[in-house]
Design a protein around this ligand. Structure first.
Ligand SMILES: NC(=O)c1ccc[n+]([C@@H]2O[C@H](COP(=O)([O-])OP(=O)(O)OC[C@H]3O[C@@H](n4cnc5c(N)ncnc54)[C@H](O)[C@@H]3O)[C@@H](O)[C@H]2O)c1
Length: 321
């Protein structure tokens, strides 16, 4: 009886795997290492209950071969599907990337779950499925769902495919709509971008957009805790939850100032124009998380605390200090 994680070598996947192993579960994971890394698995790679294979999940033949083989050795009882393109601008430049790594990996996962009779999926969805609703607070039933990035569009299409599979062959599905998640090992994201820019040009930090973009941030330890709580507690056949801090979030200016104070106090901040960092960036969203709160879970860290903790952690990762 094992848990299978796709995208296990990525930022959230390796944190989830560690937590499941700590709870005594048997965990297997696949990743094609396009963004994840074996280094992220160093701490768990020799754990007796963990196994890992490099597999491209968009290649159905390779995926079928590897998953059938795994299931024969160690029956998989649930899939945590985290593999996806996590780079929104890359998906705007080339929409095939989200189609292949976000949608097709989901579609192929559902095809193989059906073949193998694996009954439960937990899916890493995103606030990006809602689109740009300005100041309007968004709960799980807000609409219309009109994503403004190809990333969000393929996440929404993946949710739709899982919903349909729930009607035909799955016993249960969990759709987790993440906000911006931060912590280590960082593989992408605003804090790491700022630190890498400051390493290149220590005197100046170019910020995309005017710094007024405002979003909620959640530390990865809270995120993993919330996902496991929902998996244990929610009883609907198809459960879908916003996961996030219950505050109004923080601005990009706040993040830039926090990073600067920590790694390059002398640097000048240079802001761009407009309130979007890139095409497909939702400048502001306010997440309502009452549904999860009513189920009994609340985050330990608010957005500001999560940013401050992640800045310290990512500085250690990037600069060793
Ligand atoms: N980090 C966030 O702020 C955030 C927010 C919303 C949703 N999510 C979602 O959570 C999940 C995990 O995100 P993350 O931050 O850990 O990103 P990540 O990029 O670190 O992890 C994704 C992993 O998927 C792997 N992958 C991509 N395409 C693949 C393919 N075709 N075959 C096999 N592996 C493949 C990558 O190598 C990577 O290790 C993703 O689905 C992401 O869209 C993340």
């Amino acid at each position: 009886m094992s848990v299978f994680i796709t995208g296990v070598a990525g930022f959230i996947g390796c944190n989830l795997a560690s937590e499941l192993l700590a709870k005594g579960r048997i965990v297997a994971g696949f990743d094609n290492l396009c963004r994840g890394s074996r280094v992220n698995l160093t701490e768990i790679s020799s754990h007796p209950n963990f196994s890992f294979e490099v597999v491209d999940l968009s290649d159905i033949d390779a995926y079928r071969h590897a998953l059938h083989d795994l299931h024969r050795r160690q029956p998989v009882t649930e899939v945590w599907h985290l593999a996806a393109n996590s780079d929104i601008p890359a998906g705007t430049a080339d929409p095939h990337i989200d189609y292949r790594d976000t949608f097709m990996t989901t579609f192929n996962t559902l095809v193989l779950m059906r073949e193998l009779g694996i009954p439960v999926i937990a899916f890493a969805s995103s606030s990006a499925i809602y689109g740009d609703h300005g100041d309007r607070p968004l709960n799980e039933d807000s609409g219309p769902l009109l994503p403004i990035s190809n990333y969000g569009a393929m996440k929404l299409a993946a949710e739709a495919a899982i919903s349909a599979a729930c009607e035909s062959h799955l016993e249960a599905a969990y759709l987790f709509r993440f906000p911006n998640v931060i912590g280590v090992p960082a593989t992408h994201g605003v804090i790491q971008d700022f630190m890498r820019k400051l390493r290149e040009t220590p005197g100046n930090l170019d910020v995309l957009g005017d710094g007024s973009q405002q979003k909620g941030y959640l530390h990865v330890t809270d995120l993993v805790d919330a996902m496991l709580f929902i998996r244990e507690t929610a009883t609907d056949k198809l459960s879908y939850f916003n996961i996030g801090a219950s505050d109004k979030g923080v601005t990009v200016r706040y993040i830039a100032e926090t990073v600067r104070a920590h790694v390059a106090p002398e640097a000048t901040l240079s802001f761009g124009q407009g309130n979007k960092g890139w095409v497909g960036d939702v400048p502001k969203f306010t997440y309502l998380t009452e549904k999860l709160s009513l189920l009994g879970w609340n985050p330990r860290l608010g957005s500001e605390q999560a940013i401050r903790r992640a800045v310290k952690e990512i500085a250690r990762q990037e600069f060793g200090s």
